[in-house]
Design a protein around this ligand. Structure first.
Ligand code: NAP
Length: 248
């Protein structure tokens, strides 16, 4: 039996990179998936095709997760359409890097709203329903820099560190109602987000990874699958590093 058969998931940031990898993995395991991104994606057709092959559905939906009103409306509509999600993956995220002393407040605010506040807003809507049903798995996408910090990324690191503290606190609130909340902390993963880095910086980062390679969206998706599935029913409030040993 497929690991997510008869389950329904909402995955944010589904159009590219890690989010797309998670959607593919979930569809392959028999899950019906609502993928949220900011605009119609190049992945939509392929994901719908994959879903049809697996006998499930893929729904692409659109919202700016940094816009509270917009994302609330869209997630509420998706929740009603799905009649409840078993799994929520808060994965959408951005970087606006720069040194702290010259960072614009706008770049601080955007990153906090899109990476952190969105997880609070979406989880609030989805977890209310999970609590009523006494089941659910919420997975929040943090980062290795949310644990260790990183010069040049004070806004991003604060958003990802905040996501860890938020997740552990939410896990304490909802655990008694059968809802689990866990965090994935990826290291250096090859996606559009890291592709903007110069080649020498990428090589230097890979040199710091004990496994000597960049991670792939599938490396992260495998962990998301584990946390979404019934293989992890006694795991909550955890931060799982998927970083090739980089954070050690
Ligand atoms: P990516 O390739 O840049 O993709 C970002 C995704 O987020 C896209 O689907 C994008 O949708 C969506 N998104 C961004 N802003 C949005 C908004 N305002 N509203 C709705 N959707 C929005 O990034 P990635 O590398 O896959 O990263 C995914 C997550 O993993 C992020 O939270 C990131 O911080 C985290 N992470 C990544 C790495 C890494 O090395 N790549 C490491 C640690 C953590 P559109 O296509 O519609 O813009």
């Amino acid at each position: 039996m497929a690991l997510l058969e008869n389950k329904k998931a909402l995955v944010t940031g589904s159009s590219r990179g890690i989010g797309r990898g998670i959607v593919e993995k979930f569809l392959n395991e028999g899950c019906e998936v609502w993928g949220l991104c900011s605009k119609p994606s190049a992945a939509k057709e392929d994901l719908e095709k994959l879903a049809a092959e697996k006998g499930v559905k893929f729904h692409e939906i659109y919202a700016d997760v940094g816009n509270a009103e917009n994302v609330t409306e869209v997630v509420k509509a998706a929740l009603a359409e799905s009649q409840g999600f078993d799994v929520l993956v808060n994965n959408a995220g951005i970087t606006r890097d720069g040194l702290s002393f010259r960072m614009k407040k706008e770049d601080w605010d955007d990153v906090i709203r899109i990476n952190l506040t969105s997880a609070f807003l979406i989880s609030q809507i989805v977890s209310n329903d999970m609590i009523r049903k006494r089941k659910g798995s919420i997975i929040n996408m943090s980062s290795i820099v949310g644990i260790h910090g990183n010069g040049g990324q004070v806004n991003y690191a604060a958003s990802k560190g905040g996501l860890i503290a938020y997740s552990k606190s939410l896990a304490a609130e909802v655990g008694g109602r059968g809802v689990r909340v866990n965090v994935i902390a990826p290291g250096f993963i090859a996606t559009d987000m890291t592709n903007v880095l110069k080649e020498d910086i990428k090589s230097a980062m890979i040199e710091r990874v004990p496994l000597k390679r960049a991670g792939t969206p599938e490396d992260i998706a495998n962990t998301a699958l584990f946390l979404a599935s019934d293989l992890s029913t006694y795991i909550t409030a955890q931060v799982i590093g998927v970083d090739g040993g980089m954070g050690a």
